[in-house]
Design a binder for this molecule. Structure first.
Ligand SMILES: Cc1ncc(C[n+]2csc(CCOP(=O)(O)OP(=O)(O)O)c2C)c(N)n1
Ligand SMILES: [Mg+2]
Length: 412
């Protein structure tokens, strides 16, 4: 008998590749899903009942810009206008902040470009007191919860008025009054924290539900599975969202799961799971309202895959033309969330191009005024910054000796 181990003839394992690379044409399979596809679900449904919903795509806004199907939330004119305004404000805010980053007034920035509908529609479908455990891609929830734009800018700049005193990276907001939990740089930590908070709300008998989001890439981490497993066992009132925007920086989503999609991963955990069109404001609103009712009535968690496309760069430090075709997002079959809601509102006769231009101009003025005010409290290039002594404050009630020593050392 020989000691030699023969070499295998088959490929050892599979390394998925991105569907298209720079210089190639973006190809996305055309969508066959329509708003009529998926029936409504009872709020006490089982994971099994949601099979079709986990493998299909929940849509309300059709390619003809009309709203239809069992999930149509039939929102009134006022809600539609509010939704459109929040999304437009976020987009204009993001563009202004990117300019500030490029001119050295803040160090880093992350836009929500192409994903504006997600946090905005979903937070609008919740109660104001519900807990929001976001990633850096859901700052829009703060507009819905009435956060002052100047305060958001102060944080991103890290100037003297920053509510977190320069201790966080830009876009890592904390907004206590809005029940918007501090964003963590290590991705995914929010998932299990959110489940714990939802369990606490249920334990206290309060009608306060929790929503949390993480990205496709982050769902490859343990945090996703720890969180969803706890939710599966204890069934707290939570909405667990995986935002599949196709990329984790430069890594395509096909590196994050070997399964057919992200939604269906909730089924073996025994959690009703739905895949929803992430650029469809009405579908997002509707499914979140449904999941809130379900959670509030004591039927437990819902797992959502939000199917979208990251239209911009990952962050101000990223250049997507290095790893995907330019203007890839223009080929995305789900289109643009703002354009789709706008087209729907024009289609039903409550909006016009002129109204849209007026709203854009009004928000532009608002954003410029906010940026002027925020930079008057300091910017990255010129300061003033929060004093360095704030490194040591607001963590310990009683400052431990070693921290005290470091503080004195800094004072020298
Ligand atoms: C634990 C951890 N690993 C890696 C990083 C670096 N990092 C920051 S964002 C990111 C990509 C996350 O992609 P995804 O979850 O798809 O979210 P998206 O940016 O697409 O919204 C990575 C790898 C990090 N911040 N934390
Ligand atoms: Mg992603």
């Amino acid at each position: 008998m020989s000691d030699e181990i023969p070499l295998a003839t088959a490929e050892p394992f599979r390394v998925p590749t991105a569907p298209c690379r720079p210089g190639e044409e973006s190809v996305f399979a055309p969508w066959t899903w329509t708003p009529e596809d998926l029936p409504s679900l009872n709020i006490d449904c089982s994971a099994d009942d949601s099979q079709e919903h986990a493998y299909g795509l929940l849509r309300v806004l059709g390619d003809d810009d009309k709203a239809s199907g069992a999930w149509n939330p039939n929102l009134d004119e006022n809600m539609l206008k509010q939704g459109l305004e929040h999304m437009l404000r976020l987009r204009i805010f993001d563009e202004r902040m990117m300019k500030l980053q490029r001119t050295g007034k803040l160090s880093f920035y992350m836009r929500s470009y192409g994903e504006e509908a997600i946090a905005i529609a979903q937070t609008m479908a919740l109660e104001m007191h519900d807990w929001v455990f976001p990633s850096y891609r859901q700052p829009g929830a703060q507009f819905v919860r009435n956060r002052d734009m100047v305060s958001m800018m102060n944080h991103c700049i890290g100037n003297e008025e920053d509510n977190v005193k320069g201790r966080q990276m830009p876009v890592h907001y904390t907004y206590r009054d809005g029940h918007f939990i501090s964003i963590s740089s290590p991705v995914g930590t929010q998932f299990s924290q959110a489940v714990g908070v939802a369990m606490a709300s249920a334990y206290k008998g309060e009608d306060q539900i929790t929503i949390t989001w993480l990205g496709d890439g982050t769902s490859a981490q343990g945090d996703y599975h720890y969180g969803i497993n706890f939710a599966s066992v204890y069934k707290p009132p939570i909405i667990l969202c995986v935002v599949n925007n196709q990329f984790a920086i430069s890594t395509h989503a096909n590196m994050a799961t070997g399964g057919p999609n992200f939604a269906s991963r909730g089924l073996p955990y025994g959690i009703p799971s739905i895949r929803v069109d992430g650029n469809d404001f009405l579908a997002l609103y509707s499914v979140t309202k449904w999941a809130r009712e379900r959670a509030s009535a004591g039927h437990g968690p819902t797992h959502l895959e939000i199917y979208t496309y990251r239209a911009g760069a990952h962050s101000s430090s990223d250049d997507p033309s290095r790893y995907r075709p330019k203007n890839d997002h223009l080929a995305w079959p789900g289109g643009d969330p703002i354009e789709r809601l706008k087209a729907h509102m024009i289609e039903i006769g409550i909006w016009s191009e002129e109204d849209h231009t007026k709203m854009t101009e009004r928000i532009d003025i608002e954003v410029v005024a906010a940026y002027k005010e925020a930079t008057s409290y300091g910017d990255l290039a010129n300061g003033p910054y929060p004093p360095s002594s704030t490194i040591f404050t607001e963590v310990y009630e009683t400052v431990p000796w070693h921290v005290q020593e470091q503080r004195e050392e800094l004072g020298k």
